[in-house]
Write a protein that binds this ligand. Structure first.
Ligand code: SF4
Length: 247
């Protein structure tokens, strides 16, 4: 079993609990206007247009797991593990299942970072081998979701509710972009939706930042959101107040 990987980072202290190795699988069915990993979107191996850099390589599950196992001692001491991310890792569902199954069999904590846009059957198969879903909620209004990401969110919301009913452990992540998906109405709808979840352990706000913006030119992709400012401290303060405090 092999798949297309575009990065493996060790010693990551976010994207789940403890110290983690993050495995980035290439390909994503969404086109979020703020995406800071545009080189992750195509499932194909790509060559940068301004440098010799190549994004993506075919790796076997064994090769990926050999990298993941190198830090097993740190997972044990920190309560960490492996996080499969992307792109959208569920796009390579069979490869992801093989990797998560191998890590699970080794007793390594497995997290999957997902946009939620994949068939339910693919999520259902992952349930026995995934300890934590890092689940993006970008916008509750479906029309607006389509404008911002290229797809409607019905499948995303349905899958989230089904994972919750199935007892999956969930951390919700909200990528918030000033002026795009952070109106009072957007945040109220978000709060209202997550109130329905019984197994959400955490809700994380992920403020928009400009890191990665230069990758658009490097990989010859149009910059959909333009050269906008990163979220300010004031934005983050307002989001925190509305999401965590106001009732
Ligand atoms: S889901 Fe993530 S990887 Fe995919 S386009 Fe959106 S931000 Fe980029």
């Amino acid at each position: 079993m092999s798949g297309t990987v575009f990065d493996i980072r060790r010693g990551v202290s976010k994207d789940g609990p403890g110290l983690r190795t993050c495995v980035f699988l290439k390909g994503c069915p969404l086109r979020c206007v703020w995406c800071h990993n545009p080189e992750s979107q195509s499932a194909e191996i790509e060559r940068a247009v301004t440098t010799d850099e190549v994004c993506g390589r075919i790796m076997s599950a064994g090769e990926v797991m050999a990298e993941v196992r190198r830090d097993a001692v740190f997972y044990d001491s920190s309560g960490g593990g492996v996080t499969f991310t992307g792109g959208e890792p569920m796009m390579q569902a069979d490869f992801l299942f093989a990797l998560a199954s191998a890590a699970h069999a080794d007793g390594i904590h497995v997290a999957v970072d997902t946009s939620g846009f994949a068939p339910w059957a693919a999520f259902e198969r992952m349930l026995p081998v995934v300890d934590l879903f890092l689940y993006d909620l970008k916008c509750i209004d479906s029309g607006r979701h389509r404008e911002l990401t290229g797809v409607e969110n019905r499948l995303v919301l349905e899958n989230l509710l089904r994972l919750d009913i199935a007892g999956a452990k969930i951390w919700i992540r909200c990528p918030l972009v000033p002026g795009l998906n952070d109106s009072d109405g957007d945040l109220a709808a978000l709060k209202e939706f997550v109130r329905r979840l019984r197994n959400m352990e955490k809700l994380e706000i992920c403020p928009y930042h400009q890191l990665g913006i230069e990758k658009y030119a490097k990989f010859g992709k149009p910059l959909l959101y333009g050269n906008r400012n990163s979220a300010s401290g004031k934005d983050v303060e307002r989001w925190n107040r509305i999401i965590y405090c106001d009732v």
